[in-house]
Each structure stands twice: as C-alpha cells, then as structure tokens.
Ligand binder design. Structure first.
Ligand SMILES: NC(=O)C1=CN([C@@H]2O[C@H](COP(=O)(O)OP(=O)(O)OC[C@H]3O[C@@H](n4cnc5c(N)ncnc54)[C@H](OP(=O)(O)O)[C@@H]3O)[C@@H](O)[C@H]2O)C=CC1
Ligand SMILES: [Mg+2]
Length: 295
C-alpha cells in the first residue's frame, strides 16, 4: 500500500504508538506487533520494522476487514509491487523489497520440515527456530546472474513472453547448485542464445523480491567479434536480438510514460530504473568499451 503525498508516493510509516492506535481502529489485536520484522534503520539510527496487516492473512484477528475500509483508514491504495516500485525513491524501494521478501519468507516457513512442529520467529525476524529440535531456519535468497552481452558496437537484449509489450532486457538465469557465477553466466548465455562468452566483468548486485527472493548479480560480457550468430532458445525466450548503440541510447532517453500515454508502442523499451538490468544497459551506453568503469 502506498500513500499519495504530492508530488510523490510514500510507503506508510508509523511510530509504535501510532501503530498501536491504528491496529485498535482496524479491530486488530496489538499483540500482532510481535509479528513484525526488522528491515533496517534510519540515518538517525531509529530501527525500522515491517508488519503484515494483510487482508486475507491466516493469523489476522479481523479477517473481515475490507480493502476499501483499510485504504480509507490509511489514506492510501493497494497496488502491484512492481507498479509501486515505479513510484518510489531508491531507499523506499529497498525497504519495501526487504519487507515484502522477509514477511513472505516467514509466512511460508511456519513449520519445521524435519519435525513438522510450528517454528518460532526470533525478535528481529532474522530467523525461525524449531522448539522441538532447535533447528534454525534462515531466510533464503536464490542467486541469479544477469548478463549484458556485447560484441563491441552492439549489445544483446532478449524478451520473455511475460514481459510488458516491447520490453527487452539482459539475459538472466538462476545459479544451479555447485556452480560458480562465472559458470552460470557461460551456461545461461550458451543455453538461451547459443553464444560463447569471451570476457566477463562484474558490475553490481541487487536484492530482487520476484518471484521469491533473489540476489541479482549483474555482469557485462563480451563475445568474439566473428562469433555473434544467435540461436534463440524459444522455450525460454520469446525473442533475442542485437541492438546498436544508437537504438539502445534512444530507448534509454525515451520517456516511457509519455509514449504509453500516447498509445504508441515504441520499437524498443527497456526495464525500469529500479531494475539492475537498467543500470547494466546504462553503463554500456555510457562506456561501451569498458562498461563497469565510470564513463
Ligand atoms: N532486476 C532485474 O533487472 C531483472 C530481474 N530478473 C529476474 O531474474 C530471475 C531469473 O530470470 P529467468 O530468465 O526467469 O531465469 P532462468 O533463465 O533460470 O529461467 C527460469 C527457470 O529456472 C528454473 N529455476 C531454477 N532455479 C529456480 C529458483 N530458485 N526459483 C525459480 N525458478 C528456478 C525454473 O525452471 P522450471 O520451471 O523448469 O523449474 C524457472 O522457470 C527472474 O525471476 C526475474 O524476475 C530478470 C531480468 C531483469
Ligand atoms: Mg533466463
């Protein structure tokens, strides 16, 4: 849920006292505050916790609470998480992404997989413990590599059928057990477009809450100039193609919301700013020879 505060949107933030009052008003037990999880702290070192006051939450005291009532009470509106990310600054994107991932992990790990007994959250919410056998469960992240492949003057972008119309991104893939990141990059690029990676350069990483909790590890890669013929794996991708520097630079400059309002589908759309794929593409546009160094 986001609250509109002209000219921007904000993530709802409350002090403990305000939250107790709010839960009372929503007819929920204030004991629920103990379900909250630590997600970071402010520059003034105030701790930030996240609490799921979800609509259809199994442990919700007041399951009958309706979405419109909640929106009125909190003066905000519920929206898709990806759409919410488009409205927020980087700090709030990071907080919301951590909160969503951690709360969802707790919700999905209520029982010990060995004893079948209910697990118990520690105070901060950084782990769950089985009281029957003391097994500790920690939140999990799946490592994913995302690679922008270039042959020098062009870069390779691909799209999956689930992407919004016209959007192309860098190649991504989950790491398999036992693989190094380098091995995953080489395997994914070979599997998805049939190319052999020549040189690999790390750029940056990002926590990504979709579909569960991933650690996106972003890299630039090059292929040999003479070996650029792609074989698109149509089981994984809808399309993949080489794009010139000019095409990608133009797409990066284009104001997506404007073209969408005009109901025009541009030839190439890129991932939104909050996605690390956007950063990879921007780095390459600014410095195609050595993308992860400042231009
Ligand atoms: N932040 C960003 O800029 C971007 C983020 N991404 C993210 O990267 C992720 C990976 O990209 P994608 O191309 O889909 O990956 P892959 O190319 O690895 O293909 C996805 C398939 O991998 C299998 N898989 C293996 N391990 C897992 C796991 N831990 N969780 C889920 N599926 C797994 C599944 O296959 P099976 O169904 O056979 O089990 C799944 O369908 C996506 O979730 C996407 O959200 C992608 C692009 C940009
Ligand atoms: Mg993939």
């Amino acid at each position: 849920m986001l609250q509109k505060s002209e000219p921007q949107y904000l993530v709802p933030k409350y002090s403990l006292l305000e939250l107790e009052r709010l839960l009372g008003k929503l007819g929920q037990n204030t004991q629920r505050i103990e379900d909250s999880v630590l997600i970071g702290c402010s520059e003034q070192h105030d701790a930030w916790f996240a609490l799921d006051i979800g609509l259809n939450h199994s442990s919700s005291i007041n399951a009958s609470l309706q979405k419109p009532e909640m929106e009125t009470e909190l003066r905000g509106s519920f929206m898709d998480l990806r759409k919410a990310f488009l409205q927020l600054n980087a700090k709030d994107v990071s907080l919301l992404s951590t909160a969503q991932a951690l709360l969802r992990w707790h919700d999905a790990h209520q029982f010990c997989s060995r004893s079948g007994q209910p697990t118990k959250k520690n105070v901060a919410g950084s782990k769950r413990i089985c009281p029957a056998n003391n097994i500790i469960y920690y939140p999990q992240m799946a490592p994913v590599v995302i690679t922008l492949v270039s042959d020098g003057p062009r870069c390779l972008l691909a799209r999956q059928s689930s992407f919004p119309k016209g959007v192309y991104s860098a190649l991504a893939g989950f790491c398999d057990i036992g693989e190094s990141l380098e091995e995953t990059v080489r395997r994914e690029v070979a599997e998805e477009v049939g190319l052999e990676v020549e040189r690999l350069q790390y750029s940056a990483s990002q926590h990504w809450p979709f579909p569960n909790s991933s650690l996106m590890i972003a890299c630039h890669a090059t292929v040999k100039p003479g070996q650029t013929k792609i074989h698109v794996n149509l089981q994984e991708l809808e399309a993949a193609a080489w794009f010139s520097h000019e095409e990608v630079a133009t797409a990066l400059r284009r104001n997506d919301s404007y073209t969408l309002q005009q109901n025009i589908t541009p030839p190439l759309r890129l991932p939104p700013k909050f996605a690390i794929a956007h950063q990879l593409i921007k780095e390459w546009v600014e410095n195609p020879a050595c993308p992860s160094l400042p231009a």
